[in-house]
Design a binder for this molecule. Structure first.
Ligand code: CDP
Ligand code: MG
Length: 152
């Protein structure tokens, strides 16, 4: 079982797409174990996007990600990190395949609606960046036996 961090970026919240995007993860069988609305500060943005801070396009990314509230969440599931990345599609909404979240709803390289951790180390680091331990609610959905076989 894996956990990964997802952020519904300010464009998702402003465009009223949050509910539809959350539904797609629920429909897939992923389990939300933490969720909150927050405003990303420039300090948090620099920590989150540390690998991109030196890039020429970082200032506009920071302006975008701090420009309105976001919804941060942790989802749990088998191979959740890769499954969620695949559901997002390629970084640019212009390149993302139809059927993916970015492919269906985004026409932008920057305003691509959702962030998701790209590997186990990133997932651990990003979950700790956005959530305290006590904000994570562990539970077993009663529907679990109808989502996958017991030995999966
Ligand atoms: O989010 P993902 O891991 O797919 O892409 P990234 O290459 O790690 O870039 C992080 C975020 O920066 C993207 O999701 C875009 O919102 C933004 N970005 C941008 O504004 N301009 C670019 N040329 C590339 C990415
Ligand atoms: Mg990335």
């Amino acid at each position: 079982m894996e956990r990964t961090l997802i952020l519904l970026k300010p464009d998702a919240v402003q465009r009223r797409l949050a509910g539809r995007i959350i539904s797609r993860f629920e429909d897939k069988g992923l389990n939300f174990v933490a969720m909150k609305l927050l405003r990303v500060t420039p300090e948090l943005a620099k920590k989150h996007y540390a690998e991109h801070v030196a890039k020429g396009w970082y200032p506009t990314l920071e302006q975008f990600i701090t420009g309105g509230p976001i919804i941060a969440a942790i989802v749990e599931g088998l191979e959740a990190i890769q499954v969620v990345r695949d559901m997002l599609g390629a970084t640019s909404g212009l390149k993302a395949a139809p059927g993916t979240i970015r492919g269906d709803y985004s026409s932008s390289r920057q305003m691509n609606l959702v962030h998701a951790s790209d590997g186990p180390e990133a997932a651990k680091r990003e979950i700790e960046l956005y959530f305290k331990k006590e904000e994570i609610i562990e539970f077993a959905p009663t529907i679990t036996p109808w989502l996958r076989a017991g030995d999966e």
